[in-house]
Design a protein around this ligand. Structure first.
Ligand SMILES: [Fe+2]
Length: 275
């Protein structure tokens, strides 16, 4: 798979945090003691380290992590699953979106998480590996994540479609789960965590039984950023802290956009979580 760019630039992180915390430019410039012109330049993408660091402190972001992101100084080491895991990255409008497939290597029982813009590569892998697709899980129902649901469901009519009871789902036959619901694929266990904010029922699926603990987080977290929401930014931030940070450090984060990462790496490099 080609190297997937980190989803958000440093100024995207600043802009989404400022919007989420509902702090005006004037207020932020005043608190951070930077000029309006410097703030505007940084928000437009100009790398002025001293200004970035001051602004970070007043947005509860890690100055070191935000400055490193601005310099494009780091890219997450990509965790490797020898078996039982596949990632798909498909173009949607001007960006790309990720979807995932996991399976139990002995029984071949499988589940997918979202469809991406185009599920053909996913269908091909299911076929090539001889998998028995049991579940279609939905992290959240934003268009880019479920764009090819009709085709996937038609190709695997026996697979159950599941989403959070709090997420608006407009698909015939879809079932809904509560938080802390458990699913199994023979040797694999899947538990639902409500990491909402970006959408009302956005869910993280925590999977154990593969080579690494795996959190399929949707748009809860991106490497070096997190999902935005003008209305529920604080909820997203709190849910990430309460439900994702306590997971084992070697948990792989499989994000809705951008590269894979791990909790340990994000604790050090994500401006929202690093110190
Ligand atoms: Fe998304």
């Amino acid at each position: 798979m080609p190297r997937i760019p980190i989803e958000d630039n440093f100024n995207d992180v600043i802009n989404k945090t400022q919007r989420g915390l509902k702090i005006s430019d004037e207020d932020l410039a005043g608190r951070a003691e930077v000029s309006a012109a410097d703030l505007a330049a940084v928000k437009g993408g100009e790398v002025i380290p001293a200004v970035i660091r001051r602004v970070a402190r007043h947005l509860r972001l890690s100055p070191n992590a935000l400055e490193a992101l601005a310099h494009k100084a780091w890219y997450p080491e990509q965790p490797v699953f020898p078996r039982g895991f596949a990632m798909f990255n498909t173009p949607f409008e001007d960006m790309t979106v990720n979807s995932y497939l996991i399976w139990d290597v002995r029984s071949r029982q499988a589940a997918v998480f979202d469809t991406g813009a185009d599920c053909q590569a996913m269908l091909d892998t299911i076929h090539a590996e001889g998998l028995d697709l049991r579940y279609i899980f939905i992290t959240h129902t934003h268009d880019d994540h479920i764009a090819d649901l009709a085709k996937l469901a038609a190709a695997h009519p026996k697979a159950e479609i599941w989403a959070s009871e709090r997420e608006p789902v407009d698909f015939a036959g879809a079932k809904t789960f509560k938080e802390n619901a458990h699913f199994h694929l023979d040797g694999l266990a899947i538990k639902t965590l409500y990491t909402w904010g970006h959408s009302p029922g956005q869910t993280t699926f925590f999977v154990t039984g593969l080579s690494w603990p795996l959190a399929i987080v949707g748009d809860s977290v991106f490497s070096c950023s997190m999902g935005g929401s003008p209305t529920n930014f604080e909820d997203q931030y709190r849910n990430n802290k309460e439900k994702l940070l306590p997971l084992p450090n070697d948990t792989v984060f499989a994000c809705g956009h951008g590269p894979l990462s791990t909790l340990a790496q994000e604790k050090e490099h994500n401006p929202f979580f690093a110190r």
